[in-house]
Design a protein around this ligand. Structure first.
Ligand SMILES: C[S@@+](CC[C@H](N)C(=O)[O-])C[C@H]1O[C@@H](n2cnc3c(N)ncnc32)[C@H](O)[C@@H]1O
Length: 264
């Protein structure tokens, strides 16, 4: 039987997300569900776009700091610009490994695998909850040099790990094998700035079929453990080193905190 995430007649969260971001990998059922979500939460599109821009700003920043290996976990469907396009635009030799556990993302992964530089791009069908399996898999074992720094990007994925202790443990296990100079970028869902108190937002997310745990500023900071964050610390994603369309966005419309830290 076709798994629900591959059925065009059943709305799927990644395809709803794709539609809201203006992508083409979605079906009628997804568009209907997405429009319903947007009716209840008109700022969703603003927030999602601000989140993608945060990914771009953070990835570019880490590439400019000299990092040449990128591990992106919870990649989602291909959305221009993809992370490898950003970092290989800065450093053509950069290597990127994408990881996601959704079969639908796997189906679309081919579109992610076209390097724009001389470096490599690989895709791994794996689970963030098993970091050791990620590091022992071929794309990392043979593709990365773990004696050199790695930038880990966890963009809009940790809200799916609803237990705080487990989420912090996962982040520390992901960073443990990496050498000093490695970096971590996190963007995580919050409802702290939602004028309606947040319940509505959480319900909107949960209706897409995936459990979501919004976090406070302190809880998102705690996900970084003792890794020192670069300026401006953890802030709403449009306030992190603002660029382009970030100007003019109101805090109440953004439901994501983000930050970047380096391992010493
Ligand atoms: C909201 S999307 C974010 C996509 C992209 N990072 C972005 O910000 O545009 C979350 C992604 O995380 C993936 N994901 C959720 N839980 C995961 C897990 N335990 N391991 C790997 N990927 C996971 C989902 O399949 C989905 O593609």
């Amino acid at each position: 039987m076709t798994p629900p995430e591959l059925r065009p007649d059943v709305p799927h969260s990644a395809r709803i997300y794709d539609y809201v971001l203006g992508g083409k990998d979605n079906f009628e059922a997804d568009r209907v569900a997405a429009e319903k979500m947007l009716e209840g939460m008109p700022s969703l599109r603003v927030s999602m776009r601000a989140n993608r821009r945060f990914m771009v700003k953070a990835a570019r920043f880490m590439a400019r700091q000299g990092i040449r290996q990128f591990l992106d976990v919870g990649t989602g469907l291909p959305t221009h610009p993809n992370l490898h396009e950003v970092v290989q635009g800065e450093a053509p030799e950069a290597k990127v490994v994408y990881v996601d556990n959704d079969p639908l993302v796997l189906v679309h992964a081919r579109a992610l695998l076209i390097p724009v530089g001389t470096g490599t791009v690989s895709y791994l069908d794996a689970d963030l909850r098993e970091p050791e399996a990620i590091f022992s898999a071929l794309p990392i074992r043979d593709g990365f040099d773990l004696a050199q720094p790695v930038a880990v990007t966890l963009i809009a994925v940790l809200q799916h790990i609803v237990d705080d202790d487990i989420a912090r443990d996962i982040v520390s296990r992901v960073m443990a094998p990496l050498v000093p100079g490695s970096a971590l970028a996190i963007a995580a869902v919050t409802t702290e700035n939602d004028e309606r108190g947040g319940d509505h937002t959480v319900q909107t997310y949960n209706r897409s079929g995936v459990p979501v745990r919004p976090r406070s500023l302190g809880e998102v900071e705690a996900l970084f453990g003792d890794l020192p964050r670069v300026e401006p610390g953890v802030v709403l994603v449009h306030r992190w080193r603002p660029a382009g369309e970030d100007a003019g966005i109101e805090d109440k419309d953004v439901a994501m905190y983000g930050g970047v830290a380096f391992k010493r």
